[in-house]
Design a protein around this ligand. Structure first.
Ligand SMILES: Nc1ncnc2c1ncn2[C@@H]1O[C@H](COP(=O)(O)OP(=O)(O)OP(=O)(O)O)[C@@H](O)[C@H]1O
Length: 236
């Protein structure tokens, strides 16, 4: 099986404070991976390091390529639309993505906006928080890449839409692509996860296949995750 991501001895400091250290992580192609951890654990930072928008020590190879400047061509990340003015229409944002990313699939974007019930003629200023999250999901998944990084993609989305999106997400993932999803509603995403990665104590504290968690520990993902904080399960 090919590795889509290989991180070796990654470290990152901000203002002399260690945010992440000794991170080793390998992800195979074709997986859906839950990135779990408390507030401030370093999940977003890890995603920014993978995309190349933050620079740490150690090496990160995406599809075998260790050049940070090349990572954006392999990775689609849930960007927060900060670079666009409030007057920009959603369809104009999509035009921008089409120009910047040759892998942006316009037909797929149309399918996604229909599925997510987004009116693309609206300006960003007219979108609610949840609608904006849906636009970000559509833009991120419309790219055809090897690695998708979804950073709390459902945070402002109502629970019914969230369940609908989560249960369909596999449909939007190319078979050989890997998708990393960070989310605090562990029980909601648990059913679709092949693996979990837990960021704790400024490092990747645990990396497990979901089936292995169930078999080895006889518990679900959420119970296992919580047990890491209670100290009732030893990690390796
Ligand atoms: N550019 C930065 N400026 C300020 N603080 C930063 C920066 N980068 C990282 N940090 C710090 O790094 C730590 C990890 O933050 P990060 O946003 O990665 O955590 P997280 O796991 O994504 O948290 P959450 O679940 O709350 O989103 C925090 O203490 C944060 O303050």
């Amino acid at each position: 099986m090919t590795n889509v991501l290989a991180i070796d001895q990654l470290g990152y400091k901000h203002n002399f404070k260690t945010i992440l250290h000794d991170v080793d992580l390998t992800l195979e192609a074709g997986k859906i991976v839950g990135l779990l951890g408390e507030n401030g654990a370093g999940k977003t930072t890890l995603m920014r390091l993978i995309t190349g928008s933050a620079k740490g020590t150690g090496t990160i190879a995406v599809c075998g390529d260790t050049q940070a400047a090349h990572h954006r061509s392999h990775v689609s990340f849930t960007e927060q639309l900060r670079g666009f003015t409030a007057n920009t229409r959603v369809d104009r944002v999509a035009d921008f993505y089409r120009t910047v990313y040759p892998d942006f699939d316009g037909a797929r974007f149309e399918e996604l906006v229909t599925f997510l019930q987004i009116d693309t003629s609206l300006k960003l200023a007219a979108l609610s928080k949840g609608m904006k999250e849906k636009v970000i999901i559509a833009l991120t998944l419309a790219r055809q890449v090897n690695l998708y990084l979804l950073d709390e993609p459902f945070s402002g989305i109502d629970s019914m839409s969230r369940k609908r999106i989560i249960s369909s997400i596999i449909k939007w993932k190319p078979d050989d692509a890997t998708m990393v999803i960070s989310d605090h509603y562990v029980s909601e995403i648990a059913p679709i996860l092949d693996e979990i990665v837990v960021v704790k104590d400024q490092t990747v504290y645990a990396h497990k296949e979901s089936d292995a968690v169930r078999e080895e520990f006889g518990m679900g993902i959420e119970a296992y995750y919580e047990s890491l904080y209670e100290g009732s399960v030893q990690h390796d």
